[in-house]
Write a protein that binds this ligand. Structure first.
Ligand SMILES: [Fe+2]
Ligand SMILES: [Fe+2]
Length: 217
């Protein structure tokens, strides 16, 4: 998402000044597991793993919402609200997809070596479990699933903004990508990552808003 006139540096400062959410147990286990497997250091390659996992709660919610919408022709208002929810989930999913494509393209261009096991197979295994956890939590109580996603998005927001702070050289690197027209015409790689971090904040806020509102309202 690229909203003209956004001061991305100010948004980065806002994230860096804000405390992280008090993460729940499941989120902490996920972040700990990722640190153990991929290292504590923030890297582009680690971000590609994050983005593979980031899509799946939205896919899980979309799936549950489609089930809920079945046979609801007698309640068109309800059906429409569910459908609006599905559209929102799809937009977030697509947004995560652009993040992933941009980062993967960058990893390839920089010639960073990737092990198939750690960066192709591993993330799919984690995503498979994360999908089912998100799905099950949603069925038990949607708020639980939204809270887990808010933790995940908050973590991603901070990690991206911290990474830009750690790498001032990115201010000098122009953003050249096949996906510029799809995602946004940012001048530098630093700004692309700030924008991605800001998207993650918006995803977090959407999940928090869903916690505050009843299901499908
Ligand atoms: Fe993302
Ligand atoms: Fe996100």
């Amino acid at each position: 998402m690229n909203i003209p006139g956004t001061d991305l540096k100010a948004e980065q400062a806002k994230t860096l000044a804000a405390p992280r959410r008090p993460y729940g147990l499941l989120a902490r286990l996920l972040f700990l597991g990722m640190d153990l497997v991929y290292g504590k250091q923030r890297t582009l390659k680690k971000f590609t793993v994050l983005e593979v996992i980031a899509r799946v709660p939205y896919q899980a919610w979309e799936h549950v919402a489609y089930i809920a919408m079945t046979h609801t022709y007698r309640a068109p208002g309800f059906a429409r609200r569910v459908f609006e929810f599905i559209k929102e989930s799809r937009m977030q999913q697509d947004n995560e997809q652009w993040h992933l494509l941009i980062l993967e393209e960058w990893v390839q261009k920089d010639g960073l070596r990737e092990s198939f096991l750690l960066y192709r197979f591993g993330p799919q295994v984690v995503a498979f479990f994360y999908y089912h956890v998100s799905w099950l939590l949603y069925v038990i109580d949607p708020k639980l699933s939204y809270a887990l996603n808010a933790d995940f998005e908050d973590h991603a927001e901070h990690e991206y903004m911290e990474f830009v702070r750690e790498h001032p050289e990115l201010e000098e690197r122009p953003f050249e990508s096949e996906f510029k027209a799809d995602y946004g015409n940012h001048a530098t790689l630093a700004d692309v990552l700030r924008q991605i971090g800001l998207d993650e904040r918006h995803h977090k806020e959407e999940s928090l808003a869903r916690i505050a509102a009843p299901r499908f309202s």
